[in-house]
Design a protein around this ligand. Structure first.
Ligand SMILES: [Zn+2]
Ligand SMILES: [Zn+2]
Length: 109
C-alpha cells in the first residue's frame, strides 16, 4: 500500500493556516515545518510521510511530535476507507441502474 504524503496544512503549535508550500518555519510562531531526522548528528531531511530516517533509523521529527500516526494505525484506517469506498460505489451502481427506467411522468409527451 501507499502511505499518505503528509502535508502540514496548519501549524501544529499555533494553528496558523497560512503556510507557504516551501516554508521551513511557521511565520507566526517559528515552529519547524519540515520533516527531518531527530538524530542531532544526522538531521537528514525526510519525506513528509516518513516515520523513521532512511539513513540512520532514528525517529523523524513529525513522528516524534505525533504529527504522523503509527503506520499500523494508518494502514488500518486506509484499508477501512477503501472498504467504505467500495461499498458506496456499489450503492452508486444500484442508483444508476434505477435511473435508466424513469417514471412515466418524466416523459415529455
Ligand atoms: Zn505556528
Ligand atoms: Zn538520521
Amino acid at each position: 500500500m501507499r502511505y499518505a504524503d503528509f502535508h502540514i496544512a496548519e501549524c501544529p503549535i499555533c494553528t496558523n493556516e497560512i503556510i507557504d508550500k516551501d516554508a521551513h518555519f511557521c511565520k507566526i510562531c517559528g515552529t519547524f515545518l519540515e520533516n527531518r531526522c531527530t538524530d542531532e548528528s544526522c538531521k537528514k531531511i525526510a519525506d513528509n510521510n516518513a516515520r523513521y530516517c532512511t539513513l540512520c533509523g532514528s525517529k523523524t521529527l513529525y513522528y516524534q511530535e505525533h504529527l504522523l500516526k503509527d503506520w499500523q494505525e494508518e494502514k488500518m484506517e486506509t484499508e477501512e476507507r477503501v472498504r467504505r469506498q467500495e461499498r458506496s460505489q456499489e450503492l452508486q451502481l444500484d442508483q444508476d441502474f434505477g435511473s435508466e427506467f424513469p417514471p412515466d411522468t418524466e416523459i415529455p409527451f
